[in-house]
Design a protein around this ligand. Structure first.
Ligand SMILES: [Zn+2]
Length: 273
C-alpha cells in the first residue's frame, strides 16, 4: 500500500499454478490462455477482496458454448476446469459472461455477473465486475506467455484506488501505467518477480509491503470427500449400486484423479444411514 493511503497493489506470479491447471485440463491454444488468465485474475480478486474466502471465477461461453472455471482457495491452492459443450471449447468474447462467486462462512454464496466486453479481454471484464458489483475502482492487467503448450510466464497485477486517493497521485499513477511496458513484455523478462513488478508499479511512490503469500496448483478432492458426496444420494440408488456388485470408477473433473469404490465401501454407507 502507498504510504499516503491512495493505492493498494497486488502482484502475482502464477506460472506453475496455471501450468498445472492447463495440463490437467488438456487445454490448448486460446482456451489454455483464457483459462490461465481467468485463474490469475481470480487469484488477484480473491487476494484483494476476500483473502480468507474461496472465490470462483466462471466464464460462461457465448451461445451456451460451455464454461471455464477458476477455483481459488484461501491457502493459495487453486484449480481450474474446462467444461466443453460437445466437442467445442467455450467461446470467450462478445456474448460471454463473467461470473464471480464468493463463498462466505456458513456456506452463503455471494455472486456477481458482468458481460465480457468486445475489447480489453478478461482484464476489462474483471475491472467492470469490481466496479459494478463491489464499487471498487481498479486497474487490472493479467497475461499468460505461452510457448506451445508450455507456460513460459503468467501473472499480473491489480491496482486498487482507495478513498484517500488525491488527484495528483492518480495523475502520477496514470502516467506510470502509461509508461510501463505491457504486462506481456514484463512477464517475458525472466528477472520479473512479484516484488520487481511491485517496484515498477510504485516507482518513486513511498509504499509498504503488507503481505506475501504462496500460490500453487492444488485440487481439493480425496476419497473421504467423494464418499461423503455419495452418502447424499438417495438410499435406493446406493442400494442399486451395491446390488450391481461392480466397482465404481469416478474421475475428479479438476485433477483427473481416478477413484475406485468397491461394493463393500458402498455397503458401509447403507449401514450408516
Ligand atoms: Zn481432484
Amino acid at each position: 500500500m502507498t504510504d499516503d493511503g491512495g493505492f493498494r497493489v497486488m502482484t502475482a506470479r502464477t506460472t506453475e499454478t496455471v501450468q498445472g491447471v492447463i495440463d490437467t485440463q488438456g487445454a490448448e491454444g486460446d482456451t489454455a490462455r483464457w483459462l490461465a488468465d481467468l485463474v490469475t485474475a481470480t487469484i488477484l480478486v480473491r487476494e484483494t477482496m476476500s483473502p480468507s474466502y474461496r472465490v470462483q471465477g466462471i466464464i460462461h461461453g457465448a451461445g451456451r458454448s460451455g464454461r471455464l472455471v477458476a477455483d481459488a482457495h484461501p491457502d493459495g491452492g487453486t484449480r481450474g476446469l474446462v467444461q466443453r459443450s460437445g466437442d467445442s471449447d467455450p467461446v470467450v468474447g462478445a456474448g460471454a459472461v463473467l461470473e464471480l462467486m464468493r463463498t462466505l462462512p456458513r456456506g452463503t454464496v455471494h455472486k456477481g455477473m458482468v458481460s465480457v466486453p468486445d475489447k480489453g479481454g478478461l482484464s476489462s471484464a474483471f475491472m467492470a465486475y469490481l466496479q459494478e458489483s463491489e464499487q471498487v475502482v481498479s486497474m487490472i492487467a493479467v497475461s499468460t506467455v505461452m510457448e506451445g503448450n508450455k507456460v513460459r510466464a503468467a501473472g499480473g497485477y491489480l491496482v486498487q484506488l482507495l478513498p484517500e486517493l488525491s488527484e495528483s497521485m492518480l495523475a502520477i499513477m496514470t502516467a506510470r501505467l502509461d509508461d510501463l511496458p505491457s504486462i506481456d513484455t514484463m512477464l517475458r523478462d525472466e528477472a520479473t518477480t512479484p516484488h520487481t513488478l511491485m517496484g515498477e508499479l510504485l516507482y518513486a511512490m513511498p509504499h509498504t509491503l503488507l503481505a506475501d503469500s504462496p500460490l500453487g496448483f492444488q485440487c481439493r478432492c480425496d476419497a473421504v470427500r467423494l464418499m461423503a458426496s455419495l452418502a447424499t444420494l438417495p438410499r435406493h440408488e446406493v442400494m442399486e449400486m451395491v446390488n450391481d456388485g461392480k466397482v465404481i470408477e469416478i474421475q475428479c473433473d479438476y485433477c483427473r484423479t481416478e477413484y475406485r469404490i468397491e461394493p463393500e465401501q458402498l455397503r458401509g454407507l447403507l449401514s450408516k444411514s
